[in-house]
Design a protein around this ligand. Structure first.
Ligand code: ZN
Length: 502
């Protein structure tokens, strides 16, 4: 067997272990009885350990070296060269990491998550602070083990795990500009807040009918139920065990149909990405979405740029009125459209609207850097959080529960993760603008409930490539431009100026 084929075969075994973990993870979050938790944690740990050991084994190193030697004359844009680049990158990262640090990080983070959950419940930041200190310290050790490449900063090393080759140097000016544009826009919107009736979105809708409606729209957008499922989960997510088994979840609340519906479209966007990667990449190192930011661009594109647009509701609103006549029979389309796009500052990131969401992210992005660089101490962090909330959103969290303790990410070691959410919004806008240029009839199609040309454009330009190109190159190929904020700013200004009659 050729060295590359042998490497692929070896990799497919690791891939299978990871996909088996994903099945157990799905089961845990969707249907496992509570007392199954302890055994499940141990099963997942065993599978993760086996996959990690296989990946950092001398066998991987030897197969990789042999394949690289044989492959050094491959064309740079071939699948084979891309495969070798991917495995080399991931292998070097894993190889640089001392196993003592891996063990310590795993243990500390799992304990920290528990302490965070209690601290949040009891609104006791002091109980979480020592854990945050330990995690920041471990993250600094991690960066030291990885080494900071020339011209990069500490934060870039963490960011690279979620968004390959992204840097603070690129994000800083982008986020600063977005912040500078959002804060004054938000001020004007607040002064015009009475344009939107907040009660519209919370009218009672039967849960069973909500689910039927969601399923129908998912299908019409192109979600293939022969290759997927919709289930319920407390925190909606998407997971996949192969290209032909990509599952999504949502949660239903009789007084929050818009929440369930948005979650469906969001997770569907993630699912489309995983379902439409070129079949030849299945179970290879090129399988899967290329980065968190690009993945999030797909979910946001369907959730917001399509699913919160006027053309979309021009098509679906009459059907919604028919499904829920008591709630919406007498509400005009324009009022419903404004209600699902309502902008209002709030404390909790996951409940934030499309515009203020980014301010929540920018706050966390800035604080992560300050904490890692020791410009901010862990004990001063809650005050710094509240100060930023006041300056960006005009709100002061009444307690740390509604402030610095609200997110699970830091306790699990996810530092450098948050910016990918806003990056997803920016990329989503850039990709949607490119699709709109390529498909001049797109808005008209959406207003007729036709999504196949958008679906096909995304498959062709983004999904099919899997992990072949680094995010930067994928975006440039798909949109003809490097990462740019302009389409997102135009979108936000146009949309909210119009809705709030500014
Ligand atoms: Zn998402």
């Amino acid at each position: 067997m050729e060295p590359l084929a042998e490497l692929q075969k070896h990799f497919a075994e690791i891939h299978n272990l990871n996909q088996a973990s994903a099945v157990l993870g799905w089961d845990q979050r969707v249907c496992m009885p509570p007392r199954g938790a302890e055994a499940r944690a141990s099963q997942l740990a065993t599978l993760a350990k086996l996959a990690h050991e296989l990946f950092v084994s001398p066998e991987t190193r030897d197969l990789l070296l042999a394949a690289e030697e044989k492959g050094n004359s491959l064309p740079a844009d071939s699948d084979e060269a891309a495969t070798l680049r991917r495995v080399r990158r991931d292998f070097d990262k894993a190889d640089k990491l001392p196993s003592s640090l891996v063990v310590e990080m795993t243990e500390v983070c799992s304990l920290a998550e528990e302490h965070w959950a209690n601290a949040r419940k009891e609104n006791n930041y002091a109980a979480f602070a020592p854990w945050l200190t330990r995690i920041l310290d471990l993250k600094r050790q991690y960066v030291q083990a990885m080494g900071i490449p020339a011209g990069r900063v500490l934060y870039d090393v963490l960011l690279d795990d979620y968004e390959e080759a992204m840097t603070a140097h690129t994000l800083d000016p982008l986020f600063a500009e977005l912040k500078a544009a959002t804060i004054p826009l938000l001020e004007v919107i607040k002064a015009h807040g009475d344009v939107v009736d907040p009660g519209i979105a919370t009218r009672e809708c039967d849960e069973k009918l909500q689910e039927e409606f969601c399923r129908r729209v998912l299908k019409e957008c192109g979600y293939d139920f022969d290759r997927g499922r919709l289930d319920r989960a407390v925190h909606p997510f998407c997971t996949n065990f192969s290209q032909n088994d990509v599952r999504i979840t949502t949660r239903f609340d009789p007084h929050w149909f818009a929440g369930a519906f948005s979650s469906c479209l969001h997770e569907m966007g993630h699912a489309f990405y995983e379902m439409n990667i070129a079949p030849k990449y299945e179970a290879t190192p090129l399988a899967g979405g290329v980065s968190l930011g690009v993945h999030e661009s797909q979910s946001r594109l369907w959730e917001n740029f399509v699913g919160r647009s006027r053309p979309f509701w021009q098509h679906y609103y009459p059907q919604l009125q028919k499904t829920f006549p008591a709630a919406y029979g007498n509400v005009p389309l324009e009022s419903y459209y404004a209600a699902v796009n309502r902008v209002t500052p709030s404390f909790i990131r996951t409940e934030a609207d499309e515009l203020t969401y980014n301010l929540h992210i920018i706050l966390r992005y800035e604080m992560e850097q300050e904490l890692l660089n020791k410009k901010l101490s862990v004990s001063d962090a809650p005050a710094a959080w509240n100060d930023k909330m006041k300056r960006y959103l005009g709100l002061t969290p009444p307690t740390d529960r509604e402030g610095i303790l609200q997110d699970i990410h830091w306790s699990g070691g996810g530092i450098g993760y948050f910016p990918t959410y806003t990056l997803g919004n920016i990329l989503g806008a850039q990709l949607f603008a490119a699709a709109t240029r390529a498909l001049p009839g797109l808005q008209g199609e959406i207003s007729q409930g036709k999504f196949s040309s958008l679906f096909e454009w995304l498959r062709e330009n983004v999904h099919q490539h899997g992990r072949k190109y680094v995010p930067r190159d994928l975006i440039r190929r798909a949109t003809g431009q490097p990462l740019t904020l302009a389409p997102y700013l135009t979108y936000l200004r146009t949309k909210f100026t119009e809705i709030y009659k500014l």
